[in-house]
Design a protein around this ligand. Structure first.
Ligand SMILES: NC(=O)c1ccc[n+]([C@@H]2O[C@H](COP(=O)([O-])OP(=O)(O)OC[C@H]3O[C@@H](n4cnc5c(N)ncnc54)[C@H](OP(=O)(O)O)[C@@H]3O)[C@@H](O)[C@H]2O)c1
Length: 348
């Protein structure tokens, strides 16, 4: 019996050591406050996007939840604004901006003289170029500032977007590419400002076959588990190359950009995968994946850390800059991807 207790004790000890050393990772140490600043976070109704929204709202930012599903976004809006540390003093009003541009006030506690912040939902479906354009139009009409654009939304699923693009190409890359371009002038007006692209370490497994891309408007067409992972990895490589090229184009503007790997996180990203596989991997996910709070730390680091400007275009992991492989800093591929992306979203 005592041997059994000893083994269990050692196992628990080893688990906590492994978790704290290798899984939990670094924390964003910035104490920066964001009163008067406006932030857009795509896909912020759940996962690390939602946790990022909570953190930035607590710092006083006006946070735009750019989400596709109204019901899920409104539920998130309620959660985010109900977080204990966002006091009524910090909270000014909750506004819903419908796709048509109509404004709906959810509630409006007394406006206090200091520390007020706002959390706003604006409908955005990155799988529809029309939705991206109308989001940008509504945003530019109704908001004066844009200090941080956090391209966080992501999907792990094959299929086609409303415009006939491969789903992961369309949502993970092209939608964000178009959104960023449509908002660049506002970011420049509000400089110093930042664009943060949430990529993944999976980009290391990615490649971009430009022939497949132009023939199928997709990064790949297979639907096996391996194909889905491969295409997801390709789309995450697009995020890194997009950031690389964007930084060059923004040189001298005081708008900077960063891509990042948030870690392996226990989120809803795998919601479309085979339920059997999900159950099979559940113990690993529960024990060795980050929760969304620790998963949001590198995004927060890239958004908030001071003196990061000289590192524009670089890739971060665990709250630190990380060298990427040659294919993820390939100038020619990044330029070509930019040109193809412009064509696919109608910017050229
Ligand atoms: N989880 C991980 O282990 C991991 C690892 C590396 C990188 N990442 C990256 O981290 C980012 C956040 O992922 P997560 O783990 O927090 O996943 P998540 O919990 O599934 O959140 C993804 C978010 O993206 C939104 N989204 C999906 N399709 C969209 C569309 N067409 N238009 C607008 N929003 C859309 C989702 O909205 P709905 O709820 O309406 O679907 C959701 O809010 C992603 O870019 C992902 O690739 C995650």
């Amino acid at each position: 019996m005592s041997a059994f207790i000893l083994i269990v004790g050692v196992a628990i000890g080893v688990y906590f050591f492994v978790y704290n050393t290798f899984v939990r990772g670094a924390r964003c140490r910035s104490k920066v406050k964001l009163h008067g600043k406006t932030v857009i976070i795509t896909g912020s109704n759940t996962g690390i996007g939602k946790t990022t929204a909570v953190d930035l709202a607590k710092r006083g930012a006006r946070v735009i939840l750019a989400c596709r599903d109204q019901r899920r976004a409104e539920a998130a809006l309620r959660d985010i604004t109900a977080v204990g540390k966002i006091t009524q003093k910090d909270l000014c009003c909750l506004v819903i901006i419908r796709p048509c541009g109509e404004l709906n006030l959810l509630c409006c506690p007394d406006r206090q003289e200091s520390g007020s912040s706002e959390v706003v939902y604006m409908q955005l479906d990155l799988g529809s170029l029309e939705s991206v354009r109308s989001f940008a139009e509504n945003f530019l009409k109704s908001e004066r500032r844009l200090d941080l654009l956090i391209n966080n939304a992501g999907i792990f699923k094959q299929g086609r977007t409303k415009d006939g693009l491969g789903m992961m190409l369309g949502v993970n890359h092209i939608g964000h590419f178009l959104l960023t371009n449509l908002l660049l002038d506002r970011l420049k007006q509000c400089r110093p400002s930042r664009v943060i692209n949430v990529s993944s370490a999976a980009h290391n497994f990615g490649s971009i076959d430009f022939d497949v891309l132009s023939a199928h408007k997709a990064l790949g067409v297979g639907t096996s588990h391996l194909d889905v992972f491969r295409v997801y990895s390709d789309s995450k490589l697009c995020n890194v190359l997009f950031t690389h090229e964007l930084a060059k184009r923004l040189e001298g503007t005081n708008v900077t950009c960063y891509s990042l790997h948030p870690g392996a996180i226990n989120s809803e990203l795998s919601r479309y995968t085979n339920p059997f596989l999900k159950v099979l991997f559940m113990p690993i996910t529960l024990l060795f994946f980050k929760d969304t709070k620790t998963g949001a730390q590198t995004t927060l680091h890239c958004a908030l850390q001071e003196h990061l400007e000289p590192l524009s275009g670089r890739y971060f992991s665990n709250c630190a800059v990380k060298k990427v492989s040659a294919k993820a800093r390939d100038d020619a591929a990044a330029r070509k991807l930019w040109e193809v992306s412009e064509r696919l979203c109608g910017l050229s």
